[in-house]
Structure formats: structure tokens, C-alpha cells
Design a protein around this ligand. Structure first.
Ligand code: AMP
Length: 227
């Protein structure tokens, strides 16, 4: 008889622009665990027009967080369908009450925290410029226009989306930090927090990969997938 590996209950934390999406998808490509993203879950509910989806839309449209009790109910309900799997939560918990509610339902084994300097994230998130008439998108780092601030084809000025402006980005990052700091401290006290610091996702990833490999008895590593 085979030994059933113990299921892994993991959370990934990281600011917008920290590379959390990329790292999460690499984790799920390399390790046997289900990825549950609260943002995706909410968007799916909004698309299907569920009661929670309709309610969630009113908050998201105002740039607000979903109330803790609603978000917790939705996430825990979804997790009930995944009891026989290892999972990685992404975007939940975002606040201390959410972390406490999750803890009452499951024992969290590890929390991966991506720690990327504020200035690096700001640069990444403010690098996008648009030519409004054509919709052409430039990225100052990866795909810069030939002349700074000007569209390559027409020479017209480029603009930044509201979301990509430095003042909006700073506000978003500050809000993230305020909400998440207590969550980080909570998991730190529980001894499950693993912080990975760096300025490039491609350098952070091998460390996350190596760390998760040490948990191999707890997760079924997929064969033949390279990092
Ligand atoms: P995301 O895709 O993670 O940026 O989530 C999109 C939006 O969904 C956020 O801006 C919040 O309004 C909402 N949201 C996602 N996760 C949570 C959460 N754990 N708690 C409250 N609101 C959330």
C-alpha cells in the first residue's frame, strides 16, 4: 500500500507588481498543488452574475476591498471543494481577520512572501505608456518608444493610464502594505513565514523552487518539468 503524502496548505503574499502572478504560475507548473486566486474567484463570480459576484462588483468598481466576512465565506466555500488537494492561496488572506478565519478552518503550513523593494515595483508599474488614438502600448523598460514620450508612428504624445500613474501606484502599494503588515506579523509569529527578497523574479524563483523542493515529502513534485 502506498503512503498518502500529507497535503500542503500554502499561501503566497506579494504586492502588486512583485511578480506574484509569475511565481504562482511557475509553482503550479512545477508542483502538484491547486492554485486558488481570490481575484480570479471574484471575477468568475462576477461573470456568472452570482449573488456574491454582484455584491463584489460594487466594491471592486470603487477600488475597495470586499468585506472580510463575504470574502472569507467565498474562499472557505471554494476550499471545501479542494479538501483532497494541496493548495496555494493567492490574494487571500489579505487582512488579519481573513487570516484568523482561515486559521480556524485549516492549519497553514507555509507562507511564501515575495519582498521586492518599493522603488523597483514603482518602476515596473509606472513603465507603461499608451498612445490613446491607436492603443499602442510601450514599456519604458522592455519596449521603449524611439523618442521618449512620443508615439513611434505619429510622433504624438504618449499618456499613462490612471492606474499606472506614480501617485496611484504609490497609493496602491501603501494600501497593500497597511493591510498586509499585520498578516505578515501573524504568520511570522506562527513560524510559517518564508520571505524571498530580490529585485528580479528570475532570481527569486530558483530560491522559491529550491525551498519548495525541501517540502517534497509533503507535495508530489511533478516529474520532468524544469523551473
Ligand atoms: P486581485 O486580482 O487580487 O488584484 O483582486 C482584484 C480585486 O478583488 C481587489 O482589488 C479587491 O477589490 C478584491 N479582492 C481580491 N482578494 C481580496 C481579499 N482577499 N479581500 C478583499 N478583497 C479582495
Amino acid at each position: 500500500m502506498g503512503v498518502t503524502p500529507r497535503l500542503l496548505r500554502a499561501v503566497i503574499l506579494g504586492a502588486p507588481g512583485s511578480g506574484k502572478g509569475t511565481v504562482s504560475s511557475r509553482i503550479t507548473k512545477n508542483f502538484e498543488l491547486k492554485h486558488l486566486s481570490s481575484g480570479d474567484l471574484l471575477r468568475d463570480n462576477m461573470l456568472r452574475g452570482t449573488e456574491i459576484g454582484v455584491l463584489a462588483k460594487t466594491f471592486i468598481d470603487q477600488g475597495k476591498l470586499i468585506p472580510d466576512d463575504v470574502m472569507t465565506r467565498l474562499a472557505l466555500h471554494e476550499l471545501k471543494t479542494l479538501t483532497q488537494y494541496s493548495w496555494l492561496l493567492d490574494g487571500f488572506p489579505r487582512t488579519l481577520p481573513q487570516a484568523e478565519a482561515l486559521d480556524r478552518a485549516y492549519r497553514i503550513d507555509l507562507v511564501i512572501n515575495l519582498n521586492v523593494p518599493f522603488e523597483v515595483i514603482k518602476q515596473r508599474l509606472t513603465a507603461r505608456w499608451i498612445h490613446p488614438a491607436s492603443g499602442r502600448v510601450y514599456n519604458i523598460e522592455f519596449n521603449p518608444p524611439k523618442t521618449m514620450g512620443r508615439d513611434d508612428m505619429t510622433g504624438e504624445p504618449l499618456v499613462q493610464r490612471e492606474d499606472d500613474r506614480p501617485e496611484t501606484v504609490i497609493k496602491r502599494l501603501k494600501a497593500y502594505e497597511d493591510q498586509t503588515q499585520p498578516v505578515l506579523e501573524y504568520y511570522q509569529k506562527k513560524g510559517v513565514l518564508e520571505t524571498f527578497s530580490g529585485t528580479e523574479t528570475n532570481k527569486i524563483w530558483p530560491c522559491v523552487y529550491a525551498f519548495l523542493q525541501t517540502k517534497v515529502p509533503q507535495i508530489n513534485q511533478k516529474a520532468s518539468v524544469t523551473p
